[in-house]
Ligand binder design. Structure first.
Ligand code: GLN
Length: 190
């Protein structure tokens, strides 16, 4: 889906593969297994330091929460819709004026106890299932399983915004006279 929208996705398995990426997607699966493997390969610290936009879906949303990587200011309730409810579909109002979004939930979590910077974009029975917090976008469902590209487009917009913002900061920094060390960099030679 990301390719269809003009992005060039690559697989990330090792910390060094994060270098130079404009964004990161942490997909669904089993959050316990993903968290364990990330720790094993040092990807947990690498993702914490990544600094770019991150899109977490389902287990990916769990991995980003306060109790795992700690990047999102929210908790998650795993298998929140009930263990027996293995999967279901729902029409979500994502408030973009373009009609409901069909969403596929598979042993899905929901978002709990969100901090003040978490913007809830959609909910099921009052429980947040799509949210944005700055450079993070999290979905409790699997937007890659339908043809609706709106959630991925939203993520790519965050990537564009962040790339533009960081680009501006870097350009501003590059214009600084070379003889003036940046604050805190007292050992920089002119
Ligand atoms: N239930 C899974 C977990 O808790 C998430 C399911 C999914 O990613 N579809 O990790």
């Amino acid at each position: 889906m990301l390719r269809r929208l003009g992005a060039e996705p690559v697989e990330v398995r090792l910390p060094a593969q994060l270098d130079g990426l404009d964004g990161l997607v942490i997909p669904g699966g089993e959050s316990t297994a993903i968290a364990r493997l990330m720790r094993l390969y040092g990807l947990d610290d690498a993702v914490r330091e990544f600094g770019g936009p991150i899109f977490g879906t389902c287990a990916g949303m769990i991995v980003l929460d306060r109790d795992h990587l700690g990047l999102g200011d929210y908790a998650t309730q795993r298998n929140a819709f009930g263990r027996q409810v293995h999967s279901f579909e729902a029409d979500l109002d994502i408030g973009d004026g373009n009609g409901p979004l069909r969403a596929v939930f598979i042993r899905a979590p929901w978002l709990d106890d969100a901090g003040p910077d978490v913007e809830v974009l959609a909910a099921v029975d009052g429980h947040p299932v799509l949210a944005r917090e700055g450079r993070l976008l999290v979905a409790a469902f699997h937007p890659e399983l339908t043809d609706d590209t709106r959630v991925h487009e939203r993520f790519l917009n965050i990537v564009r915004e962040e790339t533009a913002r960081v680009g501006l900061t870097e350009r501003a920094r590059a214009k600084r006279p070379a003889a003036l060390p940046a604050s805190g960099a007292g050992n920089v030679r002119a």
